[in-house]
Design a protein. Sequence first.
Length: 298
Amino acid sequence: MVQPTPWQEGKTQQAQAISPSQATGGAPRRQVEVANVVASLRPHLAALRGSWGYLFAAVGSIITFFALFQPWVNASSTDGKIKATPFGKFEISSSLVALWSGSPPPTAKVNGTWAVLACVAIAVVVVAAVVNLRARTQALSGLVMGSSIAMSLFVVFALVHMNGKAPDVRNMVGNGPTRDLGSQVGMLVRWASGNGNYALPGVKRYTWTTAGLTSWAWFAGAMAVLSTVAAIAQWMRNRPAGPIHIPLRMPIVITRPSSDAAAPHPTPAPAPNPDPAPAPNPTPATAPDPNPPSGSGS
């Protein structure tokens, strides 16, 4: 009988020492760890039951909030490029050709009211959604839905406003009037310093883009609308069955003291005795004799 060599015995012992989990790459152990993680997350996920739409609305509102501070209008003209945010902040790159112009391009007036109102509505959505995870009331659910609707409307109004101001934003980086002496001097100085070409009609082809909304603007609008849709869907799912009743009048209850309570209470009369005592029967008097007795002397 052939006896195993010492190195063959060492390989056999090493193979026996390897566990099945190590031989399969530790798959059973990973499955157990994943199961434990899922089991630990179940109580937290149960707390969010019935509020996923409000939670998505809150997260979408936060994303919209950060998108409000990004450039929404991007424009370029013959004298540079410009970016504008819905709050009225401009980022300009220009060589100031029209600096000495008698009538420089006007500054665009961007109204940031819609962006500010959108930020306020976003704050209400986030706070109401977080508190509603704990309180779970119909009033807070309606507040989340209403504020998300207001937020989306404000963002849409900001989009429309910025789209209307895009031509004015683009004119801020224009050369100014063609026949203006200051603009012509500025273009000559720019050409002489090597910062650009002198614009001559028909000599060279120039290419630039017009003003338009950026992808940040469309992303903010889409995220605001999706957040509102999620909040409305969750509210419709959680509301009681039946038609929606919107009270047009608030009931007002006024309590006033009654006249009986204000007047002094009269002293009640004593109740009559139902069993009165019988009156005593008086003794009848003796009636006089109509024929008195005659005297003995008559």
